[in-house]
Design a protein around this ligand. Structure first.
Ligand SMILES: [Zn+2]
Length: 591
């Protein structure tokens, strides 16, 4: 593809990394670098580091790294070219048309257009005489016309091809409709509208674009289809990374976000004035969703159904959010109602009271545990207390634990000491299991360099030396003379490092400046993150020249060893030539 390199450099030059990142991350100076809380994984102590010197960032918590383009790509959920375009636009730089392959970006553009047209089609149908059945239903459920318009709600006609025909009349291709997932394709090769006789909720991302749809079944629909049909993942939409209502909630959530179960709950909460409500789209709460929320708010209130599934969801969300530093509270809606029903029946103020009375996660668990047993009987009491100590043992904060133990002891007339002994036992047991389990299950796993360079296992010493050479050349391009003759790229043992080194070598050989962003195009996010971590390795700052020379010897020695191991298959002449080469290398190393 390649957008001309001078243009990329110009864009990079005009978009200072500190300025690009600071709207998203509060940065504090630490030495010549800046640190802040990583926007890509939840954390309480800053491990996200910005290096103004070479225009890069790296997170020691989750291992993500890159330059201004990577940052923009990840934080705005764009592809690489879109990120370049966005930064170009911000700094008033024009990118020549057709200078690069942007077929994927063009497809995404078309999908956005299809989605917008589809949303318009469903909404107009809803407001037309034909859509009366759907409008009646929504009004019946207490929605005002202005709320319906605000959310752009719509309805899908009872037909297999009305959307297809409409989009065709607007000039869209059926293939693109399928890519947008608003149209399906049968195994026989025929096409059909994916949503039929449903209430349609357009999903709008935080930049205001329609990215997907969620279609709710009518109550009188007896077909065996799901209550909700949602768009599957498309080039513009990832279910696990979006929340319904986030486009509105993001401007109203300084204090808190309310997580509810259904789209309808979100809409009626908004109508009642709670514009900070969101819903997960047909998924259980994910780490990506947590990572999105925690950029905007400091507290999340879970207003989920009181049934078993709701309790499980609370537990899961609690676990995911535990490490992000967001306060998690839970509201218990009386009589097992969902927020939509509750508000309709009891009004805004009563829901507000519920919200203010939201309990901590531990309290919620204690409350739900007591429901299942008869605490009037001794047996039931013991059962409950066993569950309760289990819950308390999972609480990290010692003061909170102590507080709840005192309460339990007072309420049930059991000695606090006995309860505490049990809690200590359970905690010890838990600690052992946690150690066994990867804690990183909850936060995004750190990129594993052996994953990027699998040969690291086979040649650990050589790979480490190769990485040092790469680091030193990135930090001191003027040391190129040290490697120019002695260490041509073919000497590198591991394929991944060889690939990087070859690029650096050729770049410096041609007397060009070495620029990290050059690799943004060649490497994927993981590989690039790894390279950025190498570029910012502080350990070699002290005596780079000595380290470089040592590393060269290690790599050359490894070459010899590798050649020797193949020696049995060599002819006599080749063997002799090999020995000669080794001797030459040794002498070079000594110079
Ligand atoms: Zn991170």
């Amino acid at each position: 593809m390649a957008i001309p390199e001078e243009i990329i450099n110009e864009i990079k030059y005009k978009n200072d990394i500190e300025q690009v990142i600071s709207p998203y991350v509060t940065l504090k100076r630490r030495g010549k670098n800046l640190v802040g809380l990583c926007p890509f994984h939840g954390e309480k102590t800053p491990s996200f580091t910005v290096y103004p010197e070479n225009g890069s960032f790296y997170c020691f918590g989750c291992g993500v790294g890159g330059d201004v383009f990577t940052f923009t790509k990840l934080i705005e959920n764009l592809d690489y070219i879109e990120a370049i375009k966005l930064l170009a636009e911000k700094s008033g730089i024009a990118i020549p048309e057709n200078g690069y392959d942007d077929s994927y970006s063009k497809l995404k553009e078309r999908i956005y257009e299809i989605n917008r047209e589809t949303a318009r089609f469903y909404h107009e149908y809803l407001m037309s005489p034909d859509g009366k059945w759907a409008l009646d239903y929504l009004v019946d459920r207490g929605l005002s016309v202005s709320t319906i318009k605000h959310f752009g709600l719509g309805a899908a006609p009872n037909s297999w091809d009305s959307l297809i025909n409409h989009l065709k009349s607007k000039g869209f291709s059926v293939d693109d409709m399928v890519s947008a997932n608003v149209v399906g394709k049968t195994s026989r090769g025929t096409y059909y509208d994916r949503f039929k006789r449903r209430i349609m909720f357009p999903v709008i991302n935080i930049r205001g674009k329609v990215i997907a749809f969620s279609g709710r079944k009518m109550p009188d629909d007896t077909s065996d289809t799901g209550k909700y049909v949602n768009t599957s993942d498309t080039p513009v939409y990832k279910k696990s990374e979006n929340l319904f209502g986030m486009n509105f909630a993001k401007n109203h959530c300084d204090e808190r976000i309310i997580l509810v179960e259904g789209n309808m709950d979100v809409v009626s909460l908004h109508q009642a004035g709670f514009q900070n409500a969101v819903a997960a789209l047909g998924t259980s709460f994910t780490t990506e969703q947590a990572n999105m929320i925690f950029r905007y708010t400091k507290e999340i209130v879970l207003a989920l159904d009181a049934d078993a599934a709701g309790q499980k969801a609370v537990k899961r969300a609690g676990e995911i959010l535990k490490n992000t530093g967001i306060e998690v509270r839970v509201i218990v809606i009386p009589d097992g109602k969902d927020p939509d029903e509750y508000i309709k029946k009891n009004g805004k103020d009563r829901f507000d009271a519920l919200l203010n009375g939201a309990v901590s996660e531990i309290e919620y668990k204690l409350l739900t545990a007591v429901k299942d047993v008869d605490v009037e009987s001794d047996d039931g009491k013991v059962q409950y207390l066993n569950k309760a100590v289990e819950i308390i043992a999972n609480e990290k904060d010692i003061i909170t634990r102590d507080l709840y133990l005192s309460r339990l002891s007072d309420k049930y007339g059991v000695s606090k000491n006995a309860l505490k002994t049990r809690v200590d036992e359970i905690m010890k047991k838990n600690e052992r299991t946690v150690k066994k389990k990867e804690i990183s299950e909850i936060i995004r796993p750190k990129f594993d360099s052996s994953d990027i360079n699998p040969e690291r296992f086979k040649y650990p010493t050589a790979a480490a030396a190769e990485e040092l050479v790469i680091t030193i050349l990135l930090q001191h391009p003027d040391f190129f003379l040290q490697v120019k003759e002695d260490l041509p790229p073919e000497k590198f043992i591991t394929v991944f490092n060889k690939r990087i080194y070859t690029e650096i070598y050729n770049c410096l050989y041609g007397d060009n400046d070495i620029n990290l962003s050059y690799f943004g195009e060649l490497l994927d996010t993981k590989e690039f993150s790894f390279l950025v971590s190498l570029a910012n390795n502080e350990k070699v700052r002290k005596s780079p020249l000595i380290v470089l020379k040592d590393s060269i010897s290690v790599i050359l020695a490894e070459n010899d060893r590798k050649n020797m191991s193949d020696v049995s298959s060599l002819s006599n002449e080749d063997w002799a030539a090999n020995i000669q080469k080794m001797i030459e290398n040794k002498q070079k190393g000594k110079q």
